[in-house]
Design a protein around this ligand. Structure first.
Ligand SMILES: [Zn+2]
Length: 446
């Protein structure tokens, strides 16, 4: 449907726009953006007091399908995405079967077409079955639409194979996304090697198990070039290495998750399995270093590492419960309330980390509302309050460490390709009370 968005404040750093704007959407695309577009013949939507942003793009999501449908499906994951303001997600390859062939890449594309909510960009595995022994058919998967490669879930230990993978990916101009963890150093640790882990008597993993691999990846990158992306950086040692890489003009992008930015190892107290993730939450010094790196632009992407598990699995004892937390539905309100509203980071910089840089990394549309680009956007209500409650998630996972947190900055409308996929917390095709198109227009005007 054609639509004119009026009265909202647009933050579109690519077009240097930060202020009131009228946005005209024709079909699937942005037709025009201006202070005032004058009378038009299309329906208008009044957005007074709201903020309009380019759609958020998550470069690190686990959609679990195929094989993990009890935790999440592509459809439920996409519903969670649009509920959280994400118009696109890149999904990791550690499914069952693993995304290591064009057949599985195609399966994911087909399933996301059926879900018809967020755009889904499959990531292929670096090695067959994530075994770290033999390169997966990267070219074939790229031809089918894979937008990057990663062995996230089972990190690639063989450095020469990693080098080869990076050389291949560079030719394809696609990123290699590395989960940096030396498995011989992390040695089955389930929490950070710190006060809280020791107090609980749990096996620990030290920061250097991450940092050693960050060092490896940036040295390999210095040799190869291409696109290197470092997933979920969690320690101050890693930040120091990234600072060195930046000073030496080595090209990379790096991400931090909202949970590593906002929580510390303290969250694992009382054996809280909702705070069990990999890499683990570390100390307040690590958390501060991550924020500083974000402010300095050393870390330039925020990704959720959305990793749903069924409530039953997370009820296991801490040692046996699976790693991971959900993130798509809480990321924006958390970052808005705890980082932007606190004056620690500007909204435009947040748009860079959640939309512009992710679009560039994956080489996909998005990141701006330039005329002619797909109408992928999110409308935020900065004042609306929201209390995190896993029972209300669209995701099948309820494993959030932020239960009960009072937040603001709630996404109230998500549009993908000109189509409203989420309106006031209701998701198209999922919520029984999502209005029919004519009725929606009427409702929008209320
Ligand atoms: Zn990972």
């Amino acid at each position: 449907m054609d639509l004119l968005l009026k009265g909202g404040v647009l933050h579109d750093p690519v077009n240097d726009w930060e202020g009131p704007a009228e946005i005209l959407i024709k079909g699937e695309r942005i037709e025009a953006v201006s202070l005032s577009l004058g009378p038009t013949d299309v329906p208008e939507l009044e957005l007074e007091g709201k903020i309009v942003l380019p759609g958020l793009i998550d470069v690190h999501t686990h959609l679990r399908e195929p094989g993990g449908e009890k935790k999440e499906t592509i459809a439920t994951g996409c519903a969670a995405a649009v509920a959280g303001g994400f118009t696109a997600v890149a999904c990791m390859a550690n499914t069952n079967p693993v995304v290591d062939s064009k057949i599985i890449v195609n399966f994911i594309k087909e399933r996301s077409r059926q879900a018809d909510l967020a755009r889904v960009y499959p990531l292929g595995a670096l090695t067959c079955n994530l075994k770290g022994e033999q390169l997966a058919p990267l070219w074939e998967m790229a031809q089918e639409g894979a937008r990057g490669f990663s062995d996230d879930g089972r990190p690639l230990m063989d450095s020469s194979l990693m080098l080869k993978a990076m050389q291949f990916a560079a030719v394809l101009d696609l990123p290699v996304i590395s989960h940096c963890e030396d498995l011989s150093l992390s040695a089955g640790g389930v929490v950070h090697d710190g006060v809280y882990g020791h107090r609980l008597g749990l096996p620990v993993q030290p920061s250097i198990s991450e940092a050693v691999m960050v060092a490896r990846e940036i040295l390999l990158q210095q040799k190869v070039g291409g696109k290197l992306h470092l997933a979920h950086i969690s320690s101050r040692e890693s930040v120091s290495l990234l600072r060195w890489a930046q000073e030496n003009e080595i090209n990379f992008t790096a991400e931090v998750t909202p949970h590593h930015l906002l929580l510390t190892e303290e969250a694992v107290e009382h054996f809280n399995t909702d705070a069990k993730m990999n890499p683990p939450l570390r100390t307040s010094m690590d958390r501060d270093a991550l924020l500083e790196a974000l402010q300095e632009g050393i870390i330039d992407i925020i990704a959720t590492d959305h990793a749903p598990h069924s409530p039953r699995e997370k009820e296991a004892d801490f040692l046996n419960a699976p790693f991971g937390v959900v993130g798509l539905e809480t990321a924006f309100p958390l970052l808005w309330t705890k980082i932007v509203e606190q004056g620690l980071f500007s909204l435009s910089d947040l748009v860079r980390c959640l939309s512009i840089t992710p679009a560039n990394l994956l080489g996909v549309p998005g990141g701006s509302l330039s005329p002619g680009s797909p109408a992928d956007l999110v409308v935020i209500d900065p004042c609306r309050e929201y209390v995190v409650n896993g029972n209300k998630f669209y995701s099948r996972g309820q494993n959030t460490p932020f239960k009960g947190w009072r937040l603001k900055g709630v996404p109230v409308l998500t549009m993908v390709g000109g189509d409203i996929k989420m309106w006031q917390g209701r998701v198209k095709g999922v919520s029984h009370d999502f209005p029919e198109p004519e009725r929606l227009l009427y409702k929008l005007r209320e």
